[in-house]
Structure formats: structure tokens, C-alpha cells
Design a protein around this ligand. Structure first.
Ligand code: FAD
Ligand code: UDP
Length: 378
């Protein structure tokens, strides 16, 4: 074995695939019983509908290197993601666009009129100086829209006062003064034609790659555990950075998600793939309806059944799957301390969403793995 990769998500598999392609022998371990990390999907046994087990995953990128790389393993459908949100029982289009603004204000503003109205409402804060998510939200769209569509949803999703969250979280959501309601701005977008798991399996399908599932790096009973391997060969570690050091600098805060899946005897439950729930009196943040991700599979999916999944968000305890770094000021200080510790780990490379404590989309995880391979490991 030339390289040990801990974690079989997109970061770990990209490293493994690159190393295998130049003749290196790689072992990938994962404590879960499937590969693919959070991008893993499986067909619902009753309906055959592909369900993203850890929440809806939409692939999008503007990075030509990443796009070329991922197309080696899968083709993509022409799915374009659109999201709607339910506020006080009325459905509005997201991200906030002229349609949302006009529906909210019961108006027919032109783009320039809407810009003037929002600028007037947004005067409280300046986008450039916004110190936290709330200030940034108000600076971008004004207080009424912020309070309707962002404040309570964000508080539900992060269980943290938006004033204690970094402004960047909201930078992911564009605001548009036209009726374009594409959720993403990227050049390329789509879903893997044969599903995520087929894509992931093709990345791992190489004689130089040995995947071992159900193996926890911190379990002393496993031959490939931390004590036995660190210092013996290069290791790419994609689990949580704080767990690697046994929380020596304090536990970083993570959010986890609970999903409630249900098969319903209706052909179409909500008419779209993702419906957000903006208000605090609804305990879940959104409902996913998976058949809408693949309209091209309509002849394979049942006409009278559908699979929906409600998503609930909460703080992760030590035994939960960590999904999203919360990233408060205290967390950022902790992260700096862990980065210092990481520098002292001989031949251990920390990567991915958990290993760097960063909000990374799939294309970013893959892009940063390609960079780590080219710049540090190759
Ligand atoms: P992961 O996929 O988390 O993989 C890490 C792996 O390490 C896991 O399989 C874990 O089991 C394993 N591991 C951890 N600790 C150990 C250990 N001690 N021993 C052995 N194995 C261990 N991205 C998008 O581009 N579009 C989206 O729409 C999107 N939606 C998302 C929705 C949700 C709810 C979540 C949580 C993420 C979403 N993402 C999305 C992000 C996407 O999941 C990540 O970018 C991608 O999975 C990152 O890959 P990774 O390899 O860094 O981490
Ligand atoms: N957001 C919101 N209302 C919405 C959708 C998103 O306030 O209806 C905010 C929220 O703070 C969220 C951020 O925008 O964390 C990014 O949203 P995105 O849909 O990208 O989150 P993800 O899909 O990664 O959970």
C-alpha cells in the first residue's frame, strides 16, 4: 500500500482515483457501510425512485477542470434546480428574484423600480461592511424580505442566531432583479444520468484501489487504525478535524440533519423537487420529492406513488454524523488551533468538508482534491 485514504466521499475518492491512475496502490477505508460519503444515493425499494440518503445533492460547477474530470465517470442530465418556499401558507419562488419581490409586495415593479425599493429598505447596513449573516441579509434585500424568507429559515437550519453566523453563508444565495429563478449561477449543472452511486463506484473501480467499508480509523481493533498507520505511510484524512485530535482544542460545532422519508400514494405531492418552509412554526426546513429530480425517468417511476423526505436540522452531538460546520467566531479560533496541530502530523493530509471544516460543495471538494493531488501528493 502506497497511500491510505480515510473517507470514501468525493474528496477521498478523487485522491484515490488520481493515485491509482499513476500506479499507486491505495486503500480507502470508511466507517460507513457504503462508499460515496454524503453524496450516496440508493433506489427506494418500494418505488425504485432514487433517493439521496443524506439530503438532495445537485451537481453544479463553473470550473472547467472539474467538469472535464467528473465527465470521465458519468454523463449528466439537463436538470436545472429550482426551489420554492412556503411563507405563511403562500408559495414564492427562490432565490429572491423579481417574481418573489413582486409577489411579496403585491406589485408589478420593473427591475429598476424593484432595485430602488429594495435599496431604500436595505439602507440600515452596507453589504461591504456586513459583520454577520443578519446584516448581510438586510443589506442585500431589506428587512421585510429578510424577515420573511431568511431569518427564521436560517435560525431553524443553523439553530444559531443569524447575528452569530458568518455573512458568507448567505452569499451562496443570489438576489436577482429579473424573473430568472435558477437556483445556481454555474456554467454547468445536472444530475448523474445513472445516479450518484454509479458515478461513485466508477471512480473507485480500479485494480489499484482497495475499498474497506465499516472500518473506523479510530477503532484500535482495526488493523488500519490511526495508531498503527500514522508515520508509516502517507495518509489523506477526510473525517472531522477535531475528532482526529480527540477534541484536544475543544469540539468544533457541527450541524446534523434528521430525515423522515415517506412513500405516498399520490403521483405528485408538491409539483417540484424541493419546497422550503420559511416559518418557525413548521419544524422542518424543507421537503424533498425525489421523482422530480429525474423527469427523464418518468416511464420507469410509478405514476401513482412518490417518495418525499422531510429535513430537520439540529446541533450534532458526538455520536451524530457531522454535516455542516457552524463556524462561529469561537469555532474559527478552534480551527486555527487544529490547523497548527495538523502541521505537526507527519505525512497526514487533511482534506474535504470535514477535514478542513469548510462548507464545500461537491465540485469544490473534487477541485480541492485535484489541487492537493497535483500540488502536494503527486
Ligand atoms: P463526505 O462526503 O462527508 O465524506 C467523508 C467520509 O469520511 C464519510 O463517508 C465518512 O463516513 C468518512 N469518515 C469520517 N470519519 C471517519 C473515520 N473515523 N473512519 C473512517 N471513515 C470516516 N454539494 C453540492 O455540490 N450540491 C448539493 O446540492 C449539496 N447538497 C448537500 C446537502 C447536504 C445535506 C449535505 C450534508 C451536503 C451537501 N453537499 C452538496 C456537499 C457534499 O455532500 C460534499 O461536498 C461532499 O460530499 C464532500 O465530500 P467529502 O469527501 O469532503 O466528505
Ligand atoms: N436560506 C434561507 N432561506 C431559504 C434558503 C436558504 O435563509 O429559503 C439561507 C440559509 O441561511 C442557508 C443559506 O441561505 O443556510 C444557503 O442556502 P442553501 O440552500 O445553499 O443551503 P444548503 O442547501 O447548503 O443547506
Amino acid at each position: 500500500m502506497d497511500l491510505l485514504v480515510v473517507g470514501s466521499g468525493f474528496f477521498g475518492l478523487t485522491i484515490a482515483e488520481r493515485a491509482a491512475s499513476v500506479g499507486r496502490k491505495v486503500t480507502v477505508i470508511d466507517r460507513r457501510h457504503h462508499i460515496g460519503g454524503n453524496a450516496y444515493s440508493a433506489n427506494d425499494p418500494e418505488t425504485g425512485i432514487e433517493v439521496h440518503q443524506y439530503g438532495a445533492h445537485l451537481f453544479h460547477t463553473s470550473n472547467p477542470t472539474v467538469w472535464e474530470y467528473v465527465n470521465r465517470f458519468t454523463t449528466f442530465t439537463n436538470y436545472v434546480h429550482r426551489v420554492y418556499t412556503n411563507h405563511k401558507g403562500i408559495v414564492f419562488p427562490l432565490p429572491i428574484n423579481l417574481g418573489t419581490i413582486n409577489q411579496f409586495f403585491q406589485a408589478a415593479y420593473s427591475p429598476n423600480e424593484a432595485k430602488a425599493v429594495i435599496a431604500d429598505l436595505a439602507r440600515e447596513f452596507d453589504v461591504k461592511d456586513a459583520a454577520n449573516l443578519e446584516e448581510k441579509g438586510i443589506a442585500l434585500i431589506g428587512r421585510p424580505l429578510y424577515e420573511a424568507f431568511i431569518r427564521d429559515y436560517t435560525a431553524k437550519q443553523w439553530q444559531t442566531d443569524p447575528r452569530n453566523l458568518p455573512a458568507e453563508v448567505i452569499s451562496r444565495l443570489p438576489v436577482r432583479y429579473n424573473y430568472d429563478n435558477r437556483y445556481f449561477n454555474d456554467t454547468w449543472e445536472g444530475l448523474p444520468t445513472d445516479g450518484y452511486t454509479a458515478w461513485i463506484e466508477r471512480m473507485a473501480d480500479h485494480p489499484n484501489i482497495d475499498v474497506q467499508l465499516g472500518v473506523d480509523f479510530f477503532d484500535p481493533a482495526q488493523p488500519l487504525n490511526k495508531e498503527a498507520t500514522v508515520g508509516q505511510l502517507p495518509i489523506v484524512y477526510t473525517g472531522p478535524i477535531d475528532r482526529y485530535f480527540d477534541d484536544a482544542e475543544g469540539a468544533l460545532s457541527w450541524r446534523t440533519l434528521d430525515f423522515e422519508k415517506e412513500v405516498l400514494s399520490v403521483g405528485d405531492f408538491q409539483g417540484t423537487s424541493v419546497m422550503n418552509y420559511a416559518d418557525s412554526d413548521i419544524p422542518y426546513t424543507r421537503i424533498h420529492e425525489f421523482k422530480h429530480f429525474h423527469p427523464e425517468r418518468a416511464d420507469r417511476y410509478p405514476a401513482d406513488k412518490t417518495v418525499v423526505m422531510r429535513e430537520f436540522s439540529r446541533f450534532a452531538s458526538r455520536d451524530d454524523e457531522p454535516y455542516y460546520p457552524v463556524n462561529t467566531a469561537e469555532d474559527r479560533a478552534g480551527l486555527l488551533a487544529y490547523r497548527e496541530l495538523a502541521k505537526g502530523e507527519k505525512d497526514v493530509y487533511f482534506g474535504g468538508r470535514l477535514g478542513t471544516y469548510q462548507y464545500l460543495d461537491m465540485h469544490m471538494a473534487i477541485g480541492s482534491a485535484l489541487s492537493m493531488w497535483n500540488n502536494q501528493l503527486a
